[in-house]
Design a protein around this ligand. Structure first.
Ligand SMILES: [Zn+2]
Length: 351
């Protein structure tokens, strides 16, 4: 029996699948032996009023997680907290087109209690500007507006938290918006600003939605491998970051400390490290019912699923068929292809 147990233990040791963390110390650019490059830098910045890209202070990193709260956001919040890192979670409401069945509002107090910040990613995760290449549904197509998307999520926050959303219009706190799919136009940016929100743009995109953890490690490690200078505003998604272990975040924080980086909430990124991102607010009376448009479909756009009948757009989750959310139909001879964040109609022969 003893021998058999020992053998099983040995088999378990040597036959274990290769850990995803084998690349956890990678950083890019692999051909840049001085490691001065950051492979996830995002250079495009339309520069419209209200857009926040870099932080007020030097040497700070704002880690941000979109599409919250999912289970991955909550576990990430805990692991970051254990490592001594504060972050910001941009959340959607229960009517998030991407995640049917509701959000983990019950985790709100715990996440904010750890010093993390919660801010807006719209109520339904629709395309605010309705740009042609946005892979989700246009807000206007589901009968919604910028104002409704912002107000309804504020009300949902207040209903679940039984207190006012932190901050206020023009004063930060909850009042920062990360546009879904980064879909934005000059006029929609102006509408967001009019509602008292700043627009949470970014400097670094981990592209974690592609599902390649090594890519994410290379991006994050590249940032903290450099001596602190300037600022970083980094995009991740909770459902992907939930796979990054507590040990990884600890190692990440140690590298950041060694190079003099400080971690800030998005609020502190905008207003400076001394800004209070969580002013205490008294409980508020239950708000009036929201004026929510309820989208009929559910979809993980990240799956990059191509529609039947050449429809190009989001797709249903969990392998269900893809006909629920066609955004536009490709003309004859064209087919839908995914390229990075977007989907396009291309000549069939070119695919
Ligand atoms: Zn999103």
């Amino acid at each position: 029996m003893l021998c058999r147990s020992l053998l099983l233990a040995l088999v378990a040791t040597y036959a274990a699948p290769v850990s995803v963390d084998q690349c956890a110390t990678d950083r890019c650019d692999p051909f840049d032996y001085e490691y001065t490059k950051n492979c996830c830098q995002r250079t495009w910045n339309p520069g419209w009023d209200g857009l926040v890209t870099t932080c007020k202070d030097e040497g700070v990193i704002a880690l941000t997680f979109d599409d919250g709260f999912t289970a991955g956001d909550v576990i990430t919040a805990e692991r970051l907290h254990a490592a001594g890192i504060v972050a910001t979670f941009f959340i959607n409401g229960d009517s998030d087109i991407n995640v049917p069945g509701g959000k983990l509002w019950g985790s709100l107090d715990a996440v904010e209690g750890m010093g993390h910040q919660v801010a807006s990613h719209t109520q339904t995760h629709c395309c605010i500007a309705g740009n042609e290449h946005c892979p989700g549904k246009a807000c206007s197509a589901i009968g919604s507006t910028v104002s409704q998307e912002l107000r309804n999520l504020e009300q949902e926050y207040e209903r679940n938290a039984n207190r006012s959303a932190p901050g206020g219009p023009g004063q930060g706190g909850f009042y920062h918006l990360r546009p879904p799919f980064l879909d934005l136009s000059e006029s929609s940016a102006a509408e967001i600003v009019k509602e008292g929100y700043s627009i949470a743009w970014l400097t670094d995109d981990t592209n974690d939605w592609m599902g390649d953890h090594c890519l994410v490690y290379r991006c994050l490690n590249s940032i903290v491998s450099q001596p602190a200078s300037g600022s970083h505003n980094v995009l991740q998604h909770g459902r992907n970051s939930g796979d990054l272990s507590a040990a990884y975040w600890k190692q990440f924080k140690q590298a950041a400390d060694k190079n003099g980086w400080k971690f800030v909430t998005f609020d502190q990124c905008v207003y400076g490290v001394d800004h209070q991102s969580h002013p205490s607010s008294p409980p508020v009376a239950p708000p009036t019912p929201p004026i929510a448009p309820t989208p009929s479909s559910s979809c993980f756009w990240e799956d990059g699923c191509l529609q039947k009948d050449m429809y190009c757009g989001g797709c249903a989750s969990a392998g269900a068929d893809c006909t629920e959310t066609p955004n536009f139909r490709c003309d004859h001879g064209l087919a839908c292809v995914t390229e990075g964040w977007s989907m396009f109609c291309r000549e069939s022969s070119a695919i």
